[in-house]
Design a binder for this molecule. Sequence first.
Ligand code: AMP
Ligand code: GLY
Length: 429
Amino acid sequence: MNVLLLGSGGREHAFAWKLSQSKRLTKLYIAPGNAGTATCGHNVSISTTDFPAIKIIVLEKGINMVIVGPEDPLVKGIVDFFLADEQLKKIPVIGPPAKGAQLEGSKDFSKQFMFRHKIPTAAYETFTKETLDKGLAFLETLQPPYVLKADGLAAGKGVVIPDNLPDARRELKEMLSGKFGLAGDKVVIEEFLKGIELSVFVLTDGISYKILPAAKDYKRIGEGDTGLNTGGMGAVSPVPFAGEDFLQKVEDRIVKPTIAGLKKDGIPYAGFIFIGLMNRNGDPFVIEYNCRMGDPETEVVIPGIKSDLLDLFIAVAEKKLDESEVVIDPRTTTTVMMVAGGYPGAYEKGKEITGLDQVKDAIAFHAGTKEEDGKIVSAGGRVLAFTAFGNSIEEALNKSYAAANAVKFESCYFRKDIGLDLLKWKASV
Ligand code: AMP
Ligand code: GLY
């Protein structure tokens, strides 16, 4: 089977690495890919949202399946584009149609979905420019901190959590006056949920589902969870504070009604659902849905799957996922992200990366890299993710950190405290 994978980050290198081990794979193409994905298949230099160019490649290379990494092409309707095209409609795309991708593409849509299907989440109201006064009055009824979310995709920056009322009022006015462009045409204001965050990943064919191991992401740039938000600086899977009881609640209260809700709403969803959760005193609440896998969560979740990933995707496409088994490696997986100095603010690219050949007992997934004159150079803010397995969190972290210490480029940076907060749960699991 020939497969086209869309995307260019660490998530896509992890997918490409796993797919390249499949006995069902003939040729793997990655668009646009990076220097890491180039070691697993053939990179093709087209954008993930250039649907006409994707069509040409699919027909030219005899592609039998398309796997979508990032949310952009899904929200822009790549699945719908394929279904509407005579030459493409029989080629399965792993990912939801635009309507399903609204679970991520519109906070207002996803909150309405959760309320309609009685899925536990924070109380909320949605406001527009026209209802600004009502929004300001609603803020008065809440306790700090205040959670304000731009409705549309805002590159992970659309959530603002001011801790006092004057800042919240100012933020609401700015958001509704175009601070986030069209994404802020509507603003969701919601109750602040106190607890510990984790993510659960679901693969579904629209009828049945498989729950993949949970993961914890480290979003802030600085140690001790300080500083600006990033795409993610590291991850650990599974999560020691999400025991069997908690995960059973997640399945019963969240996963089942989500799948049933999609069916009821007539959304044929075939792909991943990434559920961002708050564990509040042992009860799960949904913070957000994403219509794709997470990055860097993929770099810990996918290597932990022992089953053939392409087999699972074929089962999704054929709506026979209930007949598949997902075998999970019982070990812990950790990943540590190496970024360019300055990220998530301004940073430089094109720095030569050395030491990759010294990485032992870990996998160096490329996030933002490219090959230039036979050298691997940085090409993004997040550059490499070092994934390792262990029989304990410490063992996996030691290997991830040994790998990160072996690799260098000018002004590279990584957090030294990934997973350390989880060690205190060790005794109770
Ligand atoms: P989102 O893009 O919706 O995941 O929000 C980004 C981050 O803001 C989340 O990962 C949480 O850390 C935080 N957050 C979002 N909604 C809430 C909430 N209702 N209560 C507490 N924290 C929240
Ligand atoms: N790591 C968070 C995300 O992929 O959205």
